[in-house]
Ligand binder design. Structure first.
Ligand code: SF4
Length: 407
């Protein structure tokens, strides 16, 4: 059997739902981050087709096509399968097994108080979302991350609360099952090696840490234990778990990796969204992008060509910030405030920059669509790689629960 790769870089996991073509907001706010992250992290990026089913279960016909097109878009913008593992969630069934096991220990109240649960039910009133799968969405999301024992998850500020549920679930799992097996034995031998004086000091620090949550104190505990050459690695793990007041970290708690969210508004100035019909799709071509930009909302104070405007009030300006050069931005700021340029001049200059950046992406997208086997191969090998990691985690998880398994 092939073995999981050993990669010294910190591991992160992130996914996108294949529910239709991506728009420029996804590119700006998510994919550009991924392209940076893949250089410095061991990245697992997945098409979350099961997640798409939680809201689109009534019409799954497009799911397969959407999944392939989504990954084709990733590759076209520069997500690199040589640097990151790209896979499909449903091709790694261990996500489902861990989801099931975690659902056994997740209190209902944790799920009901996830901020988006009620919001999305309201927002998507035309879909019947009173389902078990929709309520359990955060548990599946937790399984997606924990099954790879990821160190970090890239999130925007507004998603930190979601990740907190994952952290709580991991903590509960470790507390319930992380003290079995040889935990007490390693604890006793670790304490014996430290001796009574150091054990007392460690116990006092741990008590203070659990009362105050002081992170500096926690770093000191971690440093002291991890640098002590007398301790075995198992003893270090168990002593740390004891100091934290939990069990062995079978499923480590991932930390949020805060990323910048998209600056790009929709063509009407509101948040860019397919449902507002104000999005510019990554796949929209030259003529469509041109029409959408040329008819885009501007600073409402600029009614006539002779009225001075203010870029910070104008949605078009956000596009200049994302696509234009410093020279162009200076030209816009001066010309807009003095009414020296018209909005159409301003938009046409922006289009020059945007089309230059988008054209190579469209070319790569077309080339990949002409060779669908390339995308299929990327996903097949990525999913196989992901499965190796996921299987290893599930072995430990089953072991901790005392579940027999034939493999
Ligand atoms: S000149 Fe440009 S920045 Fe100023 S209002 Fe018109 S489109 Fe917006």
């Amino acid at each position: 059997m092939s073995r999981a790769r050993v990669n010294p870089l910190p591991r992160i996991v992130s996914g996108m739902r294949p529910t239709g073509p991506l728009h420029l907001g996804h590119w700006e706010g998510v994919l550009k981050n991924w392209i940076e992250l893949q250089k410095q992290h061991e990245c697992y990026f997945f098409a979350a087709d099961w997640h798409a089913l939680t809201t689109h279960y009534q019409d799954p016909r497009e799911l397969d096509t959407n999944t392939f097109e989504l990954v084709t878009e990733w590759l076209a913008v520069g997500v690199d399968p040589e640097q990151a593992t790209l896979f499909v969630q449903s091709w790694v069934p261990e996500h489902a097994e861990l989801h099931l096991l975690l659902s056994m220990l997740t209190p209902l109240g944790w799920l009901e108080r996830v901020p988006t649960y009620k919001e999305q039910q309201q927002e998507l009133r035309d879909r019947e979302l009173d389902t078990y799968g929709f309520l359990g969405y955060p548990v599946l999301m937790s399984a997606d991350v924990l099954v790879y024992r990821a160190r970090g998850v890239p999130v925007g500020q507004d998603q930190v609360a979601h990740l907190e549920v994952t952290r709580e679930i991991a903590r509960r799992f470790n507390f319930l099952y992380g003290r079995g097996g040889s935990f007490d034995e390693h604890l006793a031998s670790g304490r014996a090696r430290l001796g009574p004086k150091e054990t007392r000091r460690l116990t006092e620090w741990a008590k203070q840490y659990r009362e105050s949550g002081d992170q500096e104190l926690w770093s000191r505990i971690e440093r002291t234990l991890s640098q002590d050459p007398r301790l075995t690695s198992e003893e270090q793990v168990v002593l740390l778990a004891e100091a934290r007041g939990s069990g062995r970290a079978i499923l480590p708690e991932p930390t949020p990796l805060l990323t910048r969210s998209s600056r790009l508004p929709g063509t009407d100035g509101r948040k860019m969204s397919k449902s507002y019909d104000n999005a510019i799709a990554l796949r929209d071509r030259r003529d469509v992008v041109t029409r959408k930009i040329q008819t885009m909302a501007t600073d409402p104070a600029r009614v006539r060509r002779t009225d001075p405007g203010e870029p910070s009030r104008c949605p078009v300006w956000k596009y200049h910030e994302a696509f234009s050069t410093a020279d162009t931005r200076q030209w816009v700021e001066a010309g807009c405030r003095s009414a020296g340029i018209g909005c159409l001049d301003c938009k046409n200059r922006l289009l020059g920059h945007m089309l230059t950046e988008l054209a190579p992406i469209w070319d790569r997208f077309d080339a990949l669509q002409a060779h669908p086997d390339t995308v299929r191969e990327v996903l097949a090998s990525g999913s196989e790689r992901a499965r190796l990691e996921a299987r290893a985690t599930l072995e430990e998880v089953r072991d901790a629960l005392g579940l027999a398994h034939p493999s």
